[in-house]
Design a protein around this ligand. Structure first.
Ligand SMILES: O=c1[nH]c(=O)c2[nH]c(=O)[nH]c2[nH]1
Length: 307
């Protein structure tokens, strides 16, 4: 919401960032489910007198927003996806307060996973995994909404079936062409769902949680290819495209996807002194690096159907 005052454009929002909440659900048979969320709320609301005159009468206190997270977590008697939790919060803020036009809710889930002991799922034990599920939901007073889910820190590596050839060579180029290299990345991705209003949303409480796992599987399967033979990657760019395309091809309710895939380099180790070659690289000994790294990113969006 932009306002113009004395030739100055003014925009504002306020919220509470990094509200941490843990929630346990206990079922009759003694099986517990657990989730830990880090919730950030941002409200677009009509509270201009707070800025212009110091009048707080239209302000939803950020402390109240924080308390609302815990109150709504308590109210959720059944386990639900973090997207649905975010939608519920957004619905609350936009319908309860006449001042609030839009709520933007972001959640990052801590990757607690059920522990397996001797191959058996533990009823109440969890361990921390690696990659994180993220969500951003925008809810408007009208009931219009936008749901974007994501993944952060999905570290993938393969030791062969990767190469890089045919790129521009000029006076500064030293990189040799290769059809045999390591490929390592840490995928960050966001995908937007096509649901645009509250009534059209899937009813299943864990729909978006299941979708997250499905999307992750498609990304991983496409990166690696079949377990025995794998799949050749001619570049990070091509592999990224194949991964994004597979997600759009597989899930009709995902309308766009953005992927960032740094190319994390493993450098060949060659060592020699003036008399001897100590190590001659044979695709075996590497120097792992963090930086610098390549940055490859792209987004694919379905075009609106031409009617
Ligand atoms: O897959 C790659 N894409 C690049 O754009 C690039 N550039 C580079 O030096 N190595 C690589 N590898």
């Amino acid at each position: 919401m932009a306002h113009e005052i004395d030739g100055i454009k003014f925009e504002q929002r306020h919220g509470k960032a990094r509200v941490r909440v843990g929630r346990v659900w206990k079922s009759e048979n003694g099986r517990h489910s657990f989730t830990e969320w880090n919730v950030s709320i941002s409200l677009l609301s009509d509270c201009l007198p707070a800025y212009f005159q110091g009048d707080n009468s239209n302000i939803v206190a950020t402390d109240t927003m924080k308390n609302t997270v815990y109150a709504k977590a308590k109210e959720c008697s059944e386990q639900l996806s973090m997207e649905d939790f975010a939608i519920g919060l957004g619905k609350h803020f936009t319908s309860f307060y006449k001042q609030v036009a839009t709520a933007i809710i972001k959640i990052v889930e801590k990757p607690w996973e059920r522990i397996y002991i001797d191959g058996q799922p533990h009823k109440h034990g969890f361990k921390l995994g690696s990659e994180k599920h993220t969500a951003e939901v925008i809810v408007k007073k009208s009931g219009d909404l936008m749901v974007t889910s994501g993944i952060e820190g999905l570290a993938l590596l393969k030791t062969t079936k990767s190469g890089f050839e045919g790129f521009i060579r000029d006076e500064y180029t030293v990189l040799p062409e290769t059809r045999e290299r390591m490929l390592a990345t840490e995928v960050t991705g966001f995908w937007r769902y096509s649901y645009e209003s509250l009534p059209g949303l899937p009813a299943k409480p864990l729909y978006f949680s299941d979708r997250y796992l499905d999307v992750k599987k498609v990304l991983v399967d496409t990166f690696f290819g079949p377990p025995k033979e794998g799949v050749y990657s001619p570049s990070v760019q091509r592999t990224l495209y194949e991964m994004a395309e597979a997600v759009l091809g597989r899930f009709p309710d995902i309308s766009s996807i953005q992927l960032k895939m740094p190319n994390i380099h493993f450098l060949p180790v060659n060592l020699s002194n003036k008399d001897n070659v100590i190590i001659k690289f044979d695709d075996d000994v590497f120097l792992p690096t963090d930086e610098p790294h390549g940055t490859i990113e792209a987004s694919l969006s379905r075009m609106r159907s031409k009617i």
